[in-house]
Write a protein that binds this ligand. Structure first.
Ligand SMILES: [Zn+2]
Length: 314
């Protein structure tokens, strides 16, 4: 009904919604630190339900999704987008893509099932990717800005790779912790990101960065004391977890929470417009045995079938 449109967009979230499928921002002004903490359950299930991944790849996807949620919750523009992409040549996993837009997450992983089966139940990040690169792209459409950082994919897990992204690409002292767990057939992924912004709080320009500022080791020790089981416990609200970690600080400000959902932006009209741009002879080559042109979305596995006659010249 029309009157619904006049309701305020922002309203307090019920307390239970700080447990999962949510990201919460935090600022610790006296230490010039900012943080993000996120936990996902239904979002991971929903993304995985579109794919038939083996457990190793499911775990990697759970980690990548919560990491993407942490990056996404750093965006200041509601229309901003973050894309996380890890790419390699000749890895067991040769492509991992996750993105975030307005609280919606999606992702897919391309891998070689036969080689994965030979890699054992708990392969290292290097065993999965070999020599690879992690690219993180921030798009800010309102400000018409795009920023991309690319670093070697290094470390034991994606969290460590993200930490070196901030250290190498942005030179911001940062700490990233990710934890994923599967119980009763469901994945929970939790993550925490803390950063030192020594020239002031969020929103102020960074004039210079001291990598050895004494406030930072203090925050890094407290944030780093988080236990994996705290990150993945859906019964523990994120604000309670922040209280556990930082209750001795003078002031801890929580920012507005971002509710996270699974969402795909594939759209039949867009797919049709892409196919329409191909020359007719190339379109003819796309027609399958059933007489239809089929395009699958790799993120959500939606299949779009189009008749060649739809593209016939007027
Ligand atoms: Zn899709």
């Amino acid at each position: 009904m029309a009157w619904r449109q006049h309701l305020p967009i922002f309203h307090p979230m019920p307390e239970t919604q700080l447990n999962t499928d949510v990201a919460l921002g935090v600022a610790i002004p006296s230490r010039n630190a900012r943080g993000r903490i996120a936990r996902l359950t239904s979002v991971v299930d929903s993304v995985l339900s579109s794919h038939r991944y083996p457990p190793v790849i499911e775990k990697l996807m759970a980690e990548a999704l919560v990491l993407t949620a942490l990056f996404g919750s750093l965006l200041k523009e509601a229309e901003g987008q973050v894309t996380l992409q890890a790419q390699t040549e000749n890895g067991i996993v040769d492509l991992l893509v996750c993105d975030y837009l307005a609280g919606e997450l999606r992702g897919y992983i391309r891998h070689d099932p036969e080689r994965l089966a030979d890699a054992g139940p708990n392969p290292s990040l290097f065993a999965l990717f070999g020599r690879a690169y992690l690219a993180i792209t921030f798009d800010h459409p309102v400000m018409n800005e795009r920023y991309q950082g690319i670093v070697p994919l290094e470390g034991d897990n994606l969290g460590q790779a993200a930490q070196s992204f901030f250290a190498q690409s942005e030179q911001i002292p940062s700490l990233v912790r990710l934890a994923v767990e599967k119980s009763n057939g469901r994945w929970t992924a939790g993550g925490l990101l803390f950063q030192h912004l020594p020239e002031g709080e969020e929103g102020r320009e960074r004039i210079h960065t001291r990598l050895d500022h004494p406030d930072w080791p203090h925050i890094a020790v407290l944030a780093g004391s988080v236990k994996p089981e705290e990150l993945t416990d859906p019964a523990l609200p994120l604000d309670d977890l922040l209280w556990r970690l930082f209750h001795e600080e003078d002031e801890v400000r929580t920012l507005s929470a971002v509710h996270l959902t699974r969402g795909c932006r594939c759209d039949p009209d867009y797919v049709r417009s892409v196919i329409a741009r191909f020359p007719p002879e190339e379109r003819d080559a796309m027609v399958g045995e059933d007489g239809l042109i089929r395009v699958d979305c790799e993120f959500c596995s939606s299949s779009f079938a189009m008749k060649p006659s739809e593209f016939a010249k007027d």
